[in-house]
Design a protein around this ligand. Sequence first.
Ligand SMILES: Cc1ncc(COP(=O)(O)O)c(C=O)c1O
Length: 439
Amino acid sequence: MIRNFQKSEQYRSRIHQLIPGGAHTYSKGDDQFPALAPAAIDYGKGAYVWDIDGNKFLDCSMGLSSVSLGHAYEPVLERVRKELERGVNFQRPSVIELEMAETFLGLVPCHQMIKFAKNGSTVTTAAVKLARAFTGRNLVAFPQEHPFYSYDDWFISQTACNRGVPEAIKNLSVTYKADNLESLTVLFEKYPGQIACVISEPEKNAGIPEAYLKKAIDLAHQHGALYIVDEMVTGFKTDFPGSIKKYNVEPDMATWGKGIANGFAFCALTGKKEVMELGGIKQKGSEKVFLISTTHGGETHALAAGLATIAEFRNKQVVAHNHAVGRYFIESLNSIINKASLGDYIEMANCDWMPIFTFKDKDKAVSPGMRTLMMQEMIARGVLFQGAFIPCFSHQHEDVDFFAAAFDSALNTYQEALNADYSQHLVGDPTAPVFRRYI
Ligand SMILES: Cc1ncc(COP(=O)(O)O)c(C=O)c1O
């Protein structure tokens, strides 16, 4: 059992004095993990990471799902090393930008233009801006239940954590019920001629109703709005390149990030020429949209990582491997949960690209305390678990077996906590929502 987090304690006591939140995304923060958890990772290889106390863990989240092939994955590193030797940033675009543009657009035939960035928020915000410019409308619509689209004000204004966002900005975003055409229809009727775009993840772990995506895109178009599919999470996971291929749909724009460069900072906005071109400089006399303009957007080695990642996905049937691991995971874990007769207390989404758990208390109510307890017990058994398992190319069936054995053993504590209370077993506090008003 892993219980040595001495260096982690020291790290924690120092980092919060220097970095607000102690991390560079709130979802990696201390309040998202139990007290008995590594505070910082030293290094990773394949599907495993080592923390600063030297503890080894099976990684289930793979850098917020950005590491789609594996940590320090050699074929990607090899390509990156070569590119590093040639310089990373120049006064004019690097030749690799054209290579990436052609390669990536080759994966997304419904789109003719692409723009690169370093973070997902940059591309989702750019898509919203283009939609506003194209339609001449102000409002942006997204599903109210979906967790995250951008750290920019247009999204954060709609969360509980909206301090610092002016009311005027908040009024420019409107929400509807996810995957619910009626709710989207009502929204368009409520704001006639005002909604510039709908931005939505194409599917969550629960899947979507038959033909929903196509109907939602048609609906937006009927009302003169654009439809943006955010493939940040689904890209390179549900299919290759993503759900727009799986469901055979043609949104006006799509946004890509996590997973497309095996953890390197490469994100992309793809879109139809007539929309994307508004950000160009070739249509003499037309009004210019100041689209993404960043010093590091074309950083050569990140593009090289992206090209190497795409090559691996193409040549090695990565998505098929990941889905097979996901299906084996679902089978193994369901059998353990059923054997322990805990089906009423632990649910798992039947989703081969990202099986995700819901943990409940003795009253069958969703319980952050029980979830955090399970994280604590899995971490103690060498699994860096945050409630989901995101298969990557380095995960093998044996890794699933390792996870399953740890889960089976951790269920003893879960069962005891069901009979009493999680607080008798959990060290520290349960995790707290990222989007909360008060700390
Ligand atoms: C669906 C979705 N869109 C956009 C983003 C923003 O991406 P980034 O953190 O790279 O800015 C995220 C990040 O979690 C996301 O899950």
